[in-house]
Design a protein around this ligand. Structure first.
Ligand code: PLP
Length: 361
């Protein structure tokens, strides 16, 4: 097959490793490895998806107008500046496909989300990783890392897997300091967990070089439905729509997301529960000698003394049916990323870490 070769860059892509969902030989596990909402989707979203199933012989909407209108209503944004994708991953793919190619650079941070590198390579562009400062996005380092070849710069705020975030003044400084021809992408996958944070929407409204991406996979509890969206200046949305497949979202996904976004009371409830158990779990772990940075998201990055201890704790947790995420691939080998679960699973997690620590002593 040597004469049939993929495009340059493709074979440099390391396959994405999702959070595990199973432990061998165990039927009852608690999955805290993929930052999913432990409370599930809004009951209204489930009902809407069930109703949509009976119409599966029909093609879905190709302009997503009902969903975009719902997003526009709830977030106070112009619907013609919104694009929907099969997860925000697809919006990231569209951005790389449309704006970066061979010879172009795509920047992201040291512990940044894996999809930025994958999408950059898939587009034939050059991924460029920029150092963080103590697990926090470093705006000066990012600006220093820009060249006249920089086309895209991705930051997740709050970031995954660190849980940390930077403030609005830093975001504005970053947007304003970029070279001409470079686009700042603010990935707001966890933005709903931060009270009063607009995920950079105001920056998008006042600039033509900022894009915001959002997802239904986290607080909305619809990771299985695959829905995300982006907000940007009209000319950018127009470009992205040209590479988007006309029927990229199923009718069930569209119906579920529309009902979910309109159920703002449910989102508020989820945000409140998450904050409560995130605080409880991080404090309890810190008391056991497992510190973490203050998290702004629905997970914490628990730091252990060494790679070895993190690996041993991970194995111990698995033996108790608790699945968390090793983040060695994110250059954090001595940490474990733990999704904030419901009350029961947070308590199980903490007592298992305690048993692990007691066993070491
Ligand atoms: C989970 C996550 C996403 C969401 O991806 P979807 O494709 O919308 O499921 C995007 N960015 C970051 C940083 C994430 O952690």
């Amino acid at each position: 097959m040597t004469h049939i070769a993929p495009q340059p860059g493709i074979m440099d892509i390391a396959l994405y490793e999702g959070g595990a969902a199973h432990v061998k030989g165990m039927s009852n596990v608690t999955k805290l490895s993929s930052n999913e909402n432990p409370l599930g989707p809004s009951p209204k979203a489930v009902e809407a998806m069930q109703a949509a199933v009976s119409q599966m012989h029909r093609y879905p909407s190709s302009d997503h107008s009902f969903l975009r209108q719902a997003i526009a209503d709830v977030y106070g944004l112009p619907m013609e500046q919104i694009i929907c994708g099969a997860g925000s991953d697809e919006i990231i793919t569209f951005l790389c496909q449309a704006y970066a190619g061979p010879g172009d650079e795509v920047l992201f941070t040291e512990h940044g989300f894996a999809m930025y590198r994958i999408s950059a390579l898939a587009a034939g562009a050059t991924p460029v990783e920029v150092a963080e400062r103590e697990r926090v996005t470093d705006v000066d380092a990012l600006l220093a890392g820009c060249t006249d070849r920089t086309r895209l710069l991705f930051i997740a705020n709050p970031n995954n897997p660190t849980g940390t975030m930077i403030g609005m003044a830093d975001l504005a400084r970053l947007a304003d300091g970029l070279p001409r021809g470079a686009l700042l992408v603010l990935d707001g996958a966890y933005a709903e967990y931060v009270e009063g944070y607009d995920a950079g929407a105001a920056l998008v409204a006042s600039r033509d070089n900022v894009v915001m991406t959002r997802t239904f996979s986290k607080i909305y509890g619809l990771g299985g439905a695959r829905v995300g969206w982006g907000y940007a200046a009209k000319p950018i949305i127009d470009v992205l729509n040209r590479v988007r497949g006309p029927f990229n979202l199923s009718s069930t996904a569209l119906a579920g997301a529309e009902a979910a976004v309109r159920d703002t009371a449910y989102v508020e409830h989820c945000r409140h529960e998450n904050a409560k158990w995130r605080g409880w779990m991080s404090e309890a772990l810190a008391e056991l000698g497992v510190p973490s940075d203050t998290s702004c998201a629905n997970f914490i990055l628990a730091r252990f003394a060494s790679d070895k201890e993190a690996g041993a704790c991970d194995a111990f947790l698995q033996s108790r049916g608790l699945i968390v995420r090793r983040v060695t691939g994110y250059k954090l080998p001595s940490a474990l990323r733990i999704t904030v679960g419901d009350e029961t699973s947070c308590k199980q997690l903490v007592s298992a870490v305690k048993a692990f620590k007691d066993g070491q002593a």
